[in-house]
Design a protein around this ligand. Structure first.
Ligand code: IPD
Ligand code: CA
Ligand code: CA
Length: 263
């Protein structure tokens, strides 16, 4: 089976990254600084990002890294795309709802990915064409078509200069959906892959928020595109992200278009 060596490499990194997250979680020494984009940063974010760069340099000298905190050789064909901690805000507040996200991207297409929640020891993984797994057990997106009693992750519904997702949230709520937002997009959105969440969207377009969770959701039978319903490239920024169980994808794309004429 292809990509097994890379998958083993990624899984080893989840364990190391998870250990770092747990080491600094609630530590008295945890210090939060603020980045230029107004988001917080801890020593755990930078340590994990550096660990990934060092490990890639050693194991895959021809590959590059796109990391939220640090990157190198970002124009290479093969890239490891990493969000060292998705959910730095809850992490720094001692709320255990954050994940480590890592994807292998080839010419913009995700080939394999892992998402790890070290608090509940939940390791989600997928290799393109080989299904999606939670701790080794296959997972599947739901086939639900009706929004009543469905969960929708409405993340950053308004970012200046991006599509406005607030009307979409309202429309989905009026159809019976329950809207949730915990400050880690991936922690919640990965639940599309287990069938518990029906729809998740974000206005922002960073590759590290999008790459890992997208492949896992797709391999579980869901769909991941930009907010226009078009395939995304995961080695660059895109026009937001929409992940659904697949069944309701076109309906939500239409709602987004209706709410954003000419955009
Ligand atoms: C952020 C979280 C947050 C979402 C932001 C992300 P970070 O990632 O996922 O929930 O609203 O769009 O940037 O900064 O914790 O890695
Ligand atoms: Ca993130
Ligand atoms: Ca992050």
């Amino acid at each position: 089976m292809s990509h097994q060596a890379e998958l083993a490499f990624a899984k080893k990194l989840t364990k190391q990254a998870g250990d770092i997250m747990l080491q600094y979680f609630c530590a008295d020494t945890i210090d939060t600084t603020w980045k230029k984009d107004d988001s917080p940063l801890t020593i755990a974010d930078t340590t994990i990002n550096q660990l990934v760069i060092d490990s890639v340099r050693e194991a895959y000298p021809d590959y590059g890294v796109i990391g939220e905190e640090k990157s190198y050789e970002t124009t290479r064909k093969h890239l490891w795309v990493v969000d060292p901690i998705d959910g730095t805000i809850p992490y720094s507040l001692g709320i255990p709802t954050s994940t480590f996200c890592l994807a292998l991207v080839e010419s913009g297409v995700v080939q394999l990915s892992v998402v790890y929640d070290p608090f509940q020891k939940r390791l989600y993984s997928a290799v393109r064409g080989q299904g999606a797994f939670l701790n080794g057990t296959p997972i599947k997106a739901s086939k639900k078509t009706d929004f009543v009693h469905s969960y929708v992750i409405a993340n950053e519904t308004y970012v200046s200069g991006k599509k406005d997702l607030r009307p979409v949230s309202h429309a989905l709520r009026s159809k019976g959906a329950k809207l949730l937002y915990i400050s880690s997009f991936t922690y919640m959105t990965i639940l599309v892959a287990t069938g518990e969440v029906m729809v998740a969207f974000m206005a922002g377009g960073s590759p590290w928020d999008a790459a890992a969770v997208s492949l896992i959701a797709q391999e579980a039978g869901g769909k991941a595109t930009d907010l226009n319903g078009k395939p995304r490239k995961y080695n660059e920024w895109g026009d937001g992200l929409l992940i659904t169980n697949g069944v309701v994808h076109d309906e939500v794309v239409e709602m987004i278009a209706d709410a954003n004429p000419g955009r």
